[in-house]
Design a binder for this molecule. Sequence first.
Ligand SMILES: Cc1ncc(C[n+]2csc(CCOP(=O)(O)OP(=O)(O)O)c2C)c(N)n1
Length: 347
Amino acid sequence: MHERMVEARCLEERLIRMQRGGDGYFWIGGPGEEAFNVALGLLAKKGQGLDHDYLHLHYRSSATLLAMGADPVDALRQMKSVATDPYSGGRNFCGHYSKREWNVAPITSPIEVQYATAIGTAIAQKRAGGEGITIVQGGDAGTAEGDFASCLVWASRPGFELPMLIIVTNNGWGISTPGHEQHGEQRIADRGKAFGMRTATIDGNDAESAYRGLEEAMRYVRRERKPFLLEAYVSRLYGHSSSSGSNYVETEFDCVTEIEKKLVARHLRTSDECDSLRAEYEQFLLEAAKTVSLEPKPEPASVWEHVFTDRDIVGEGARKVPHDNRLWKAPACSFPTTKASKSGSAS
Ligand SMILES: Cc1ncc(C[n+]2csc(CCOP(=O)(O)OP(=O)(O)O)c2C)c(N)n1
């Protein structure tokens, strides 16, 4: 875990430097969340399809992707907006990953959208059975959005509970608004109790607590096929984004420094070894950023690739669909039915 955390921190620091040096337009990322996010990436059942975990992550989740085995150089490519960026072909912000082969859904900039889309993969996994679960993660301020409430409702319908691990990484801020001014309850996780959900609040800054908390929650969702709302306290070590200055915040708890203190105290690593590990990653990423800066920019015409549709759905599609019922087919449905719906009345 330590090595992945160091790698993730060095990557975020390199991305910040790139943005400041004119090698990127905007930075947002997850320094301060490495302990929790690395544990999540290591524990996820990686792969494609319903029997693997679906991940609907946050723009601060770079460490999760690294822990799953992503190449850090690809994150530099997205920052530099070069055509070789495998996530968006140089067309999206840094930290906006997606990886079909690992069920990692695209990160959204509008906050909380992921809590609504995650319901879809969780329903598919409920119907399919098996071991795969849906994991959705976002920040604390975003939980004020209706999408979060929709997620709690859909995840907990009696008799059709969804295999969903609902995560809130609570850094105490929504850009510049402090969390304690925004919601009356002490713990966001407590909201799950009203829906009959299992919940927990953990210290996401401590690598051991994060790993154990996640392991337990995931085991429950995987076996019981029911939701779990997990709130993890984390730090926001370089502020909100480049828009807020992206300077190191001395007063926040630093999970990398803390794990290193523990490793040294337990004689598992020396502080020299910790320093050299960091220096190695820094050097590697510095060199990689230079190489990436020489890679080609996307061709202008590629702006039309991977957009929602290449058809005229407003003109042609919108006219056809409502008038031609043959285009619409009822999907196979295994929702629980009420007595009324069994006897033919609308439910
Ligand atoms: C729907 C929507 N509203 C507002 C914003 C502007 N915005 C971007 S990040 C952010 C704060 C999000 O805070 P939180 O959910 O706690 O996540 P954090 O960034 O702190 O990890 C806001 C309000 C947005 N991106 N999308």
